[in-house]
Design a protein around this ligand. Structure first.
Ligand SMILES: [Zn+2]
Ligand SMILES: [Zn+2]
Length: 381
């Protein structure tokens, strides 16, 4: 208590200030240091508390008199008069409410009437498509179970139009004005109308189809256009196809997450396609023309002589169409040279000759390599 600031000093006023001046000064301080205006600011919070405490005392003529006579000692719980215990424990919740009315409900937020218009929830679904469907686009149907606006009453929840009446309590505004008496004087607090729950209207007889809710649970089948080039995990949104809103609120959205099923031949990274192509040992050694799959159809690829296991070829523009923009990715072909697992005795014999031809010094025999290998794999002419 020793280093407590003078209450007048706290509010920035002189000792002779009138009740009106005290109130004005307090409002000014409170506006400036209100926690809603200074979120997370400890210093502002402390100043706000200090101002509240000062005002609590100076706005009460009895307390003010005690303070004017004895100073802070008048309210010291460890001595003095005891009558002032509990100061400083100002309830921030109450202050928030008072300020709600001060500033036109702008502080504290979240005062939306619970029966007012509410936006419908979003719905998330996943959809499995094939590799080719993702590459070239497809039209799919998807069935969603959701709340739809009631056909019978058009979402009003009333049996007929004449069953909807303006709320007699709030006159259709959905809000009730409540006069609050506080330390700051009288304030008009606006709250949700207790009679209509904020809707502004009353239903005399509810719609028999939806029991007054305005929505019904239904299955709806929707057509979904999936664009060419869509990738795994991407979403398609259908706005307004989520759950219906309540009390005239808008519907939510439907988000469809694409799941591309794995393909036996093709793999994909972005817009590029990856394919493993097995070729025989002689094809790798001698070169060959091999037919390989692309997502755009089969094409003939020339494998040069001496192609190694794991060698890669790029087929430009043979990949997946770009989702945005013009053009396509590439196809990357990885060669896998297959080594035969079973050999006939003739093949073994020829392979031995081939091995000899590969040994250093046997240059002339190397020339016969081509013939030997062709014979070995039974592809001789
Ligand atoms: Zn209805
Ligand atoms: Zn009302």
């Amino acid at each position: 208590m020793a280093d407590k600031r003078d209450y007048y000093e706290v509010l920035g006023i002189s000792k002779g200030a009138s009740a009106d001046e005290i109130k004005k000064a307090y409002r000014k301080m409170a506006k400036k240091y209100h926690p809603d205006v200074n979120p997370g600011d400890k210093e502002a919070e402390a100043k706000f508390k200090e101002a509240n405490e000062a005002y609590e005392v100076l706005s009460d003529p009895q307390k003010k008199q005690k303070y004017d006579t004895y100073g802070h000692q008048a309210f010291d719980p460890n001595g003095g008069f005891g009558g002032g215990a509990g100061f400083g424990d100002f309830d921030f919740g109450d202050i928030g409410d008072i300020f709600g009315s001060f500033f036109g409900g702008g502080f504290g937020g979240g005062r939306r009437p619970k029966n007012g218009p509410q936006r419908g929830q979003d719905i998330e679904k996943s959809l499995d498509i094939t590799f080719m469907e993702a590459a070239f686009g497809v039209e799919k149907q998807i069935t969603v179970h959701k709340y739809e606006k009631c056909d019978k009453c058009g979402g009003t929840g009333a049996k007929s139009k004449s069953d909807v009446e303006t709320c007699p309590v709030c006159g259709g505004t959905g809000q009730e004005k409540v006069v609050q008496k506080t330390v700051l004087g009288q304030f008009v607090n606006v709250k949700t109308c207790s009679h209509c729950g904020g809707k502004g209207s009353i239903i005399k007889s509810p719609c028999p189809t939806c029991q007054g809710r305005g929505v019904n649970r239904k299955s709806k089948t929707l057509k979904v256009t999936i664009p060419a080039g869509i990738d795994n995990g991407q979403q398609i949104s259908l706005s307004g196809e989520g759950e219906a809103g309540l009390n005239g609120g808008p519907s939510g959205n439907l988000y469809i997450r694409i799941n591309i099923m794995p393909d036996k031949i093709f793999k994909r990274i972005g817009s590029d396609v990856y394919v493993d192509v097995p070729i025989s040992y002689p094809e790798a050694a001698l070169g060959a023309k091999v037919v390989i799959p692309t997502i755009h159809g089969k094409i003939e690829l020339t494998i040069p002589e001496g192609t190694q296991n794991g060698d890669k070829f790029v087929l430009k523009g043979k990949g997946i169409p770009y989702l945005r923009g013009v053009g396509k990715g590439n196809q990357y072909v990885t060669i896998h040279v297959e080594i035969p697992k079973k050999l006939s005795s003739k093949q073994k014999e020829l392979l031995k000759q081939f091995q000899e031809a590969m040994e250093p010094g046997n240059h002339d025999k190397k020339k016969r390599f081509g013939d030997a290998i062709r014979e070995f794999f039974g592809q001789g002419e």
